[in-house]
Design a protein around this ligand. Structure first.
Ligand SMILES: [Ca+2]
Ligand SMILES: [Ca+2]
Length: 634
């Protein structure tokens, strides 16, 4: 009996000690750098029973400004200041806590617990490059492009243990090594920059959507910002990809998600404070509408709140960016990513659902460290004023966005309409012409990221009825009009499908990306004649564009489309390119008098795609459903 009591007493004591003893399990950011323009750094420290600890930092140049305790005693937030002259090295964070252990009713023992945690301050050694309208971007869904390492396809220790190429909703095993293995393919195609759908860990369980179990293979539900998903190869494989891409003159854009995280995010398992997320008494979804935010005259607070704070879907909880700790956490992660991996640009997911003041702060923080960094935001809107509102613009509105670039959905819809409508008043090419006629709303429309399809849209070749002439019109336009164009993987080899029955249909594996694939469309021999014609078309124009200052940065002058023909010029002091697009069913002869202000001084031209020389610029033969890109000469 005495023994039993002694054991029980010891167990109780252990519990008391355990309930008070501090420990540190994670520090985010996982490291930092000396020589950042902003000397402030806020560390999120997570462990057990950290509340009540005193913290000390003893490192030349580093000052601990403030220790924040929050609702959850397992967190501390430390405000550090890193002076400009601070040397790189390993500083030590010392946590000291007095704990009192009761021994019987009257007796207690005071004990001091000390934890020393190393924290690394590194030298900045990455040099991110500028992405702009001189580039041609290639969008890749990493799980669906190429499998470079079959050993990382699945892990028994992760929340979703499946990988099955036969199931469109599950992971297929594509990874970063697979992308690294195809860098020469991108170079050959004329691509200068890769944009990958998110690579950050998505340790999410499968979710039931529309009656089918689905994996988070798309990557939009982060569960730990500081780890690239192991199934893509982890941080090491991403670092290798960025480094090898840079060696070949290719740049990398990262897909950022600030609006939400995955419901399995490690922080949500022991949340620092209730308002880390936007909490609702009953589940509330965002309305997915942009109008409540841009409606500055007639809008109301209730619709605004649902749009902003409603959750994107039940398994992607909405982050409260108004909470300063959340905001710091997200902004510092963005900076950490550029410094750690050396990425060159950002594409921000679901831009309009973020707190726009937070987004301005986040963009400013990035641009202060990396001036001219390409930051492009996704707003799936069809209204040009709305698209401009979320971008740097000339509108007289109370909120001024500092986002340099929108994903140009407005032009995307116009291209689709233009190619699928007959030429008429307000239809066909008129849709493109009038969309571009409103470009004066943007501060710099050259930065608008233009496209004909992406991972959320029907595949371009299907949208245009698998018509190769239309294909050339749309992609020829994309590569010669203003903007910073991107291609969706596989569009160059005519991958097709509608999002029917689901978006998995437009996210199929690139043929040849898996060792067992019978067809390899990465090489000409594996492609059909029609696919090679499409590939060569994109390759010819993209490579021409690489060395064409007019197409990259020249002024765009467009003429009112007439009789099914749309003519525009890209021009600067050194080069002029004339583009003639026809959506007529019959051939025509185009008299060029009305383009005199752009043709003056030029007598001949070379058509870039065919290589043919035009000796008469006064009358130009225009084939049905065709595009000519003519480099003008004197
Ligand atoms: Ca793999
Ligand atoms: Ca939100």
């Amino acid at each position: 009996m005495k023994k039993l009591l002694a054991v029980l007493a010891l167990l109780c004591l252990c519990k008391v000690v355990e309930a008070q003893t501090p420990s540190v399990q994670r520090i985010n950011p996982t490291n930092w750098w000396v020589g950042m323009k902003n000397p402030a750094l806020q560390l999120l420290v997570y462990g057990k029973n950290l509340k009540g600890s005193t913290v000390a930092v003893n490192y030349p140049g580093v000052t601990l400004e403030k220790v924040h305790t929050v609702e959850n005693p397992n967190y501390l937030f430390l405000d550090l200041k890193i002076a400009p002259e601070t040397q790189a090295g390993e500083l030590k964070l010392e946590f000291t806590k007095n704990i009192t252990i009761q021994k019987g009713k009257k007796k207690s023992i005071d004990q001091v617990v000390k934890i020393t945690q190393p924290y690394s301050l590194k030298v900045r050694d990455k040099k991110p490059q500028v992405v702009n309208s001189q580039d041609f971007i290639y969008l890749i869904l990493p799980d669906r492009f190429a499998n470079g390492d079959v050993r990382n396809d699945k892990f028994a220790s992760m929340a979703d243990t499946a990988a099955d190429r036969k199931n469109p909703f599950l992971r297929h095993g594509g990874d970063l090594q697979g992308i690294t293995q195809h860098l020469d393919y991108f170079k050959d195609l004329g691509v200068t920059t890769l944009w990958l759908n998110p690579v950050i860990e998505n340790d999410q369980p499968q979710t039931n959507e529309g009656g089918a179990m689905r994996s988070a293979y798309h990557g939009y539900g982060f569960t730990d910002q500081y780890n690239v998903d192991r199934r893509l190869g982890g941080n090491e494989a991403y670092l290798t990809l960025v480094t090898e891409a840079h060696k070949k003159g290719l740049k990398v854009i990262q897909d950022a998600v600030y609006n939400h995280v995955g419901i399995n995010h490690w922080i949500l398992k022991d949340i620092p404070m209730k308002d880390w997320l936007h909490q609702w008494d009953t589940y509330t979804n965002t309305s997915y509408r942009d109008e409540p935010v841009i409606d500055i005259l007639h809008g109301n607070k209730a619709d605004f709140k649902v749009q902003q704070n409603g959750w994107f879907v039940p398994f992607l909880p909405d982050l409260n960016q108004d909470n300063a700790f959340v905001a710091n956490y997200l902004i510092q992660h963005a900076l950490w990513t550029v410094e750690y991996f050396g990425i060159d640009g950002w594409r921000v997911d679901t831009y309009q659902y973020n707190d726009l003041n937070f987004m301005n702060r986040c963009n400013t923080a990035l641009l202060e460290e990396y001036p001219n960094m390409f930051i492009t935001g996704e707003n799936s809107v069809s209204n040009i004023v709305s698209q401009a509102y979320y971008t740097r613009n000339v509108l007289q509105v109370p909120f001024k966005s500092n986002l340099p670039s929108p994903n140009d959905f407005v032009l995307y819809y116009a291209i689709n309409d233009a190619l699928n409508q007959n030429f008429d008043w307000g239809k066909g090419f008129n849709r493109i012409y009038s969309t571009l006629a409103s470009d004066g709303l943007y501060e710099n429309p050259d930065l608008n990221m233009t496209f004909v399809d992406n991972h959320d849209q029907d595949r371009y070749f299907s949208v245009i009825g698998e018509d190769l002439n239309k294909y050339k019109l749309g992609l020829g336009f994309l590569l010669t009009t203003r903007g910073t164009p991107h291609l969706y993987y596989g569009t160059e080899v005519l991958m097709k499908n509608f999002k029917n029955p689901s978006d998995a249909e437009v996210r199929q594996d690139f043929p040849g990306g898996w060792a067992e694939d019978k067809v390899n469309k990465f090489v000409a021999e594996g492609r059909t004649a029609q696919e090679n014609e499409a590939f060569t078309f994109v390759k010819t124009l993209a490579n021409y564009r690489k060395n064409s200052p007019a197409l990259q940065t020249g002024k765009l002058t467009q003429y009112l489309p007439q009789e099914g023909i749309y003519v525009y010029f890209r021009h600067n002091a050194t080069q002029s390119v004339m583009v003639i697009m026809s959506q007529n069913k019959e051939a025509k002869t185009l008299s060029t008098e009305r383009f005199a202000e752009n043709l003056q001084g030029f007598t001949t031209g070379k058509e870039v795609i065919s290589g043919k020389t035009l000796t008469d610029l006064k009358q130009i033969n225009v084939q049905p459903m065709s595009i000519q890109v003519i480099a003008l000469a004197k």
